[in-house]
Design a protein around this ligand. Sequence first.
Ligand code: FAD
Length: 318
Amino acid sequence: MAEVLVYVDHVDGAVRKPTLELLTLARRIGEPVAVHLGAGADTAAPVLAEHGAVKVLTADAPEFAEYLVVPKVDAVAAAYKAVSPVAVLFPSSAEGKEIAARLAVRIGSGIITDAIDLEAGDEGPVATQSVFAAAFTTKSRVTTGTPVITVKPNSAAVEAAPAAGAVEQLEVSFGEQATGTKVVSRTPRESTGRPELTEAAIVVSGGRGINGAENFPVIEALADSLGGAVGASRAAVDAGWYPHTNQVGQTGKSVSPQLYIAAGISGAIQHRAGMQTSKTIVAINKDEEAPIFELVDYGVVGDLFDVVPQLTEEVKAR
Ligand code: FAD
């Protein structure tokens, strides 16, 4: 059966959820072969096998930790040569997209970024994308070379499918450019204990209706009760009430969680662009004419300062 290369996003071998989603989608196209770079292959391999990887190609070298993406491109290119896959899949993270783009140039292939679904087609994998501020859904296919596709987090429900997952060492020789750019320092962000916004299954966002930074704990409390991440509209971010890293929308992050709760957000097209592909959308807004109600699954017309705390208490009580 045809093999599909899947780039593994991990932290010291702890495989991140978007990779498990990729393995699930990859199985629609062929047999997933995981490419794990850096430390932690022993930890990652059983998890990758549990989710359908027939093989885990791994390589570790100081270059992966010290330098930016080019050494990883060298490694994925080596895996590509070793496997001759029918497609190469990456998570749509900043790193995933950069490696994917560089790989596509190197192997002379077409690339599709930010897919939200993937299916097998007679002439190769077909990717679904949500485009033009989510006004259209398109289906595309790469027509040149081996498709290189990046897939947004939360695009598929993770399904286990135990496979052999035999670990094989990957021989990598680094090109001249591999060490061209070096990481000079890393400052970990202070952890909020909440999931990463783009990967969270639940996102609770606040907008201008929050009416001040001092009120954002109302949103945080609901997010925490649900184990979710906190998002914000640009109006809230521009007002300095919440960090830009949490902005959802065209000029912020694009999220696609199982549940998106928007409180005090009107639903401008630029905000929708970042959340419209969420599976279930709930809005709380005191204006029943607010455009956000056009796209919700459940809408609550009311003051968020009444509704959100009640919701939080209700969730906590369960
Ligand atoms: P508003 O539109 O002011 O809406 C506030 C809502 O809160 C209203 O509907 C009001 O009824 C409701 N409300 C007020 N008080 C309460 C209360 N107590 N209880 C319940 N409801 C209440 N926006 C983004 O969000 N993300 C982006 O990435 C983004 N990128 C942009 C890029 C460009 C090029 C441009 C031009 C704009 C962009 N915007 C973006 C801005 C966007 O157009 C809107 O201005 C913004 O989304 C509005 O934010 P908001 O919904 O929080 O505020």
